[in-house]
Ligand binder design. Structure first.
Ligand code: PBG
Length: 329
């Protein structure tokens, strides 16, 4: 008598469902992004990222200790640079006593075991809001990679464990790796944003750091000459394999949810860890819908993070890291 096979048997109770569950998210999966700002006693909520904050250095220790106590063992650092320190050459990015460098030292002092990852890109430091040096209306690749390598070295000197270049210039992993090797920083790792798309989901992040491309004559109005076209799939494999050849230890797909096909493609061809960045716009959408009572916040957060892991992510950079870890514990 048909059916002999009834798939619902394996769904009859939470006990059997948990026994056959293929994917689990754990605190080990998360990288928590942190936004830093100059000043004292500042914990500023980012308007387009409810319940996410920019911290001043004096409040960082408490936050990092809390993350560690929740089981989150890595952070990804970003800084909001004061306007008067921005220029077209990333000068402040190389300041060994800049906000990023001080932040790295502060995290390492607060929790020495915390894995410190740092954003390496010029946009927060750029007077034009671009990830590279601008000349004649263009983002100049090789001038930029030379600066990025020096910037990475300065983070390594301050104590960063892993450099995370998010700029999408050609050859930057090679430049960065070579300089680290020359200077003896053999253990400093590189997590390359290897398949980073020119996405409209970065809007809230650019609010957080005041880093959007400026609207001015002879300044590219978007990042489409360096970030990838969302229509492209094969190209993500090419980009990623090149970054691995150049020395990347971890590769990344960004954003998350719209690009899970890319994550799976890469999982099938690369044999190094894949990070996925669930970006600011993804965070903002869930928060906004939940505020309106249109979606169940906690359930949607866990569903999306599980989907990212199921697609093939080895780790997830997410503004929901704290929420998720509290929900699953
Ligand atoms: C820029 C950078 C961006 C993000 C991380 N690094 C934005 C951009 O490329 O304009 C976005 C992260 C997010 O949206 O959460 N180097």
């Amino acid at each position: 008598m048909y059916p002999l096979r009834r798939n619902r048997r394996l769904r009859t109770s939470e006990a059997i469902r948990s026994l056959v569950r293929e994917t689990a998210i754990t605190p080990n999966d998360f990288i928590a992004p942190l936004f830093m700002v100059e000043g004292k006693n500042k914990k500023e909520e980012i308007a387009s990222m409810p319940n996410y904050f920019r911290f001043s250095l004096d409040l960082l220790e408490k936050e990092v200790k809390e993350l560690w106590s929740l089981g989150i063992k890595s952070v990804l650092l970003f800084v909001k640079v004061p306007d008067n320190l921005k220029d077209n050459a990333g000068t402040e990015a190389l300041n060994n006593d800049g906000l990023m460098q001080r932040t790295i030292r502060t995290v390492k002092n607060a929790v020495p075991e915390m894995l410190v990852m740092t954003d390496v890109a010029l946009d927060p430091y750029s007077a034009y809001g671009h990830d590279g040096v601008i000349a004649h209306g263009k983002v100049i690749n090789d001038d930029t990679t030379a600066i990025l390598a020096e910037m990475g070295l300065s983070h390594a000197k301050a104590g960063a464990d892993i450099l995370a270049p998010s700029d999408m210039m050609d050859g930057r992993i090679f430049e960065m790796r070579s300089l680290l090797e020359d200077e003896g920083y053999h253990e400093t790792g590189i997590m390359s944003y290897s398949a980073k798309y020119a996405s409209a989901f970065y809007g809230p992040f650019r609010d957080a750091l005041d880093s959007a491309p400026v609207d001015a004559e002879n300044i590219p109005k978007d990042k489409k000459t360096y970030q990838m076209d969302p229509a492209n799939r094969e190209e993500a494999v090419k980009e990623t394999l090149m970054d691995i050849e150049e020395g990347a230890d971890i590769i990344m797909v960004k954003p998350g949810l719209c690009y899970l096909d890319i994550v799976r493609d890469l999982r099938n061809v690369v044999n190094i860890p894949i990070a996925v960045y669930q970006v600011s716009g993804e965070y903002a959408m869930i928060k906004a819908a939940a505020e309106k009572g249109w979606l169940d916040h906690d359930a949607v957060v866990l569903e999306q993070l599980t989907a990212i892991k199921r697609a093939g992510a080895s780790m997830i950079a997410s503004y929901f890291a704290k929420d998720a870890v509290k929900l699953i514990s």
